[in-house]
Design a protein around this ligand. Structure first.
Ligand SMILES: Cn1cc(C(=O)NCCN)ccc1=O
Length: 119
């Protein structure tokens, strides 16, 4: 019947909610040589001012945890968290610093990859 709704299963291989794409993108971010500042949560005890300045900390291991716990509805909600990593980095670090430059390189890598994958 034309109106019959297709039952959604996790075997839904047309990747409708983009979670396979999220897994692929996160694996590439984690493997990138410039990922080191972003792999784990910033240690706010070791980084003065971080907790006060950055209201919504985010890092790749937290994103991995959320993905594993099925907390991302779709690619869009995943991209919001990845962009939060880079926004926090730009807010807290000088552009002309090791971590600032790593953040810019990671952001341009990510932008290029997800736009390629979505085409
Ligand atoms: C993203 N970010 C990371 C650090 C950091 O120290 N990371 C640990 C590296 N081992 C400090 C400030 C910051 O914005």
């Amino acid at each position: 019947v034309s109106g019959a709704k297709k039952a959604k299963t996790d075997k839904d291989d047309n990747n409708t909610n983009g979670l396979a794409t999220c897994r692929m993108l996160l694996a590439e971010l984690e493997a990138h040589q410039d990922a080191w500042p972003f792999l784990t949560p910033v240690n706010h005890k070791a980084v003065p001012g971080y907790r006060k300045v950055i209201k919504k900390p985010m890092d790749f291991s937290t994103i991995r945890e959320k993905l594993t716990n099925n907390q991302y509805l779709n690619l869009e909600t995943f991209i919001v968290d990845v962009n939060l990593v880079f926004e926090n980095c730009e807010r807290f670090n000088e552009d002309d610093s090791e971590i600032g430059r790593a953040g810019h390189r990671m952001r341009s890598f990510f932008d290029k990859r997800w736009t390629e994958l979505l085409k």
